[in-house]
Design a protein around this ligand. Sequence first.
Ligand code: GLP
Length: 241
Amino acid sequence: MIQLCRCRDYEDISQRAAELLTAQLTWKKDSTLGLATGGSPVGLYRKLRERFAEGLVDFSEVKTVNLDEYRGLAPENPQSYRYFMEENLFRHVNIHPENTYVPNGLEKDSETACRDYDAVIQRLGGIDLQLLGIGRNGHIGFNEPSDQFSSGTHCVKLSENTIEANQRFFERREEVPTEAYTMGCGAILRARRILLLASGRDKAEAVHAMLYGPITPQLPASILQLHENVLVLADEEALGQ
Ligand code: GLP
């Protein structure tokens, strides 16, 4: 079941998401968090850093698994998702570096990269709370619209739409990687709780289809309708208001 929480704006989304994550970590200090990158969670991560500085949240027992990583980018590449996580959260809080996982973008053999990552998720005992953004075309992680829902971690060719949307983080379009490793929809659905953040007018169509449209791999986020415990924090623009 998807529960929808209407938020005023991006700030409101970030605030509520930070409160929810803090509560999760109070309730279960050794939670495994599935984390996301992109613009949507940046405000949330800022609030978590602030809360950590104020002594309100503790990451010492937390484990994290990120949704995805560009294939071919090294962790020290500022465009990589590993780098993003270090900058936005990890290096500011008391999380143990060995408890943070991101798919290995440098592993050329995609079978190895994907198998290893699925093994990590399994070893951690699954994901307690999965954080998600949503792509303009309804993708989650890097699960792009396709003919069937994916299950485990896999290598994807990014759609033109996604490359265009992510171009803003790169100097030139040619620099945007065309492939990525991503957790599958199956792993996302197996998370015990899901929190999806959606802000801005360019998400309105995807959000509407996710909430009210048919469940179809052409709009990967629609599969969340099958999950028992999804909270969507969306602002007025993302709800088309
Ligand atoms: C990217 C990421 C997703 C993210 C989505 C939306 O391609 N792989 O995990 O949720 O696009 O990004 P943003 O939050 O910047 O709109």
